[in-house]
Design a protein around this ligand. Structure first.
Ligand SMILES: *Cc1c(COP(=O)(O)O)cnc(C)c1O
Length: 223
C-alpha cells in the first residue's frame, strides 16, 4: 500500500470537522513529500530537532504540530514556526512558550495535555492541575500564547470500553472548561486532540476534533 492510498483511506473515514494530523516522526522526507503531494498539509512530530530539520527542508505551507513531550530549553528552536504544541502540561512550560513567542512577535497556539490513561508512562495534567493553570495569575499575563484546547492519550489496550471511558472523560473536561474559562483573553477552546491509528474511530465517536495518525498512513516505525 502506498502512503497516498493510505492517506486517502483514512480521510474517507473522517467527517469534515475532524482535522487530520499526519504523524511523520522517524519517517524520511520522501515519505512526507508523498503525503504532501497527496494534499496533506499538517504533520506531527515528537522531537524538536527532527521537526526543525524537516521544517527547513520541506515546503513552507506545511503546518508543524509538536505532539511529543517538550523540554523547556528546546522551545526556542521551534518558536518561530510551530503551528500548534499539543503536549503542554505545566505553567512553567507555558511561560517559556510565551516568552519565546514574544521574541518572534507571534502568538503560539497550544493544547493542554490531560492524563486520562490507566498507565503511569503517559504524561499529562489532572483536573486540579488544569484548574490551577486556568485560574492562575500568571496565565493572565501571557499575551503570546493561546490555549486552543485539550489533548489526551488513552491506555494502549484492546479493551474498547476502557478507551471509550477515557476519551469521554476528556470530552467532559473539555466541555466544562469551555463553559468556565472560554472568556479568558488567551483561551479559545475548540480543539480536542485525541485518537491515534488504533483508536481514532472511537475517539471521533467520543467527540474528538483532531486525530493524530502515524502508522496507518506511513507504515510501522523502526526505532
Ligand atoms: C506517535 C504518536 C501518535 C501516532 O501514533 P500511531 O499509532 O502511529 O498512529 C499519536 N500521538 C502521539 C502523541 C504520538 O507520539
Amino acid at each position: 500500500m502506498s502512503i497516498s492510498t493510505n492517506l486517502n483511506e483514512v480521510k474517507q473515514t473522517l467527517a469534515p470537522h475532524v482535522t487530520l494530523v499526519a504523524v511523520s516522526k522517524t519517517k524520511p522526507m520522501e515519505d512526507l513529500m508523498e503525503a504532501y503531494e497527496a494534499g496533506q498539509r499538517i504533520f506531527g512530530e515528537n522531537k524538536i530537532q527532527e521537526m526543525t530539520e524537516k521544517y527547513e527542508a520541506l515546503p513552507k505551507d506545511i503546518e508543524w504540530h509538536m505532539i511529543g513531550h517538550v523540554q523547556r530549553n528546546k522551545v526556542k528552536y521551534m518558536a518561530e514556526y510551530v503551528s500548534l504544541i499539543h503536549g503542554v502540561e505545566s505553567l512553567k512550560l507555558l511561560q517559556e512558550i510565551n516568552k519565546q513567542a514574544e521574541k518572534h512577535n507571534r502568538i503560539i497556539p497550544v493544547l493542554l495535555q490531560m492524563f486520562i490513561a490507566q498507565e503511569d508512562t503517559k504524561f499529562g495534567l489532572d483536573t486540579n492541575e488544569l484548574e490551577e493553570i486556568f485560574t492562575s495569575e500568571e496565565l493572565k499575563e501571557m499575551q503570546n500564547i493561546q490555549i486552543k484546547g485539550l489533548m489526551g492519550m488513552a491506555t494502549f489496550t484492546e479493551d474498547s470500553q476502557e478507551v471509550k471511558k477515557e476519551f469521554s472523560t476528556l470530552k467532559d473536561i473539555f466541555d466544562k472548561s469551555k463553559q468556565k474559562y472560554n472568556d479568558l483573553p488567551n483561551v479559545q477552546l475548540e480543539i480536542i486532540s485525541m485518537g491515534m491509528s488504533n483508536d481514532y474511530l472511537l475517539a471521533v465517536e467520543c467527540g474528538s476534533t483532531m486525530v493524530r495518525i502515524g502508522s496507518t498512513i506511513f507504515g510501522n516505525r523502526n526505532y
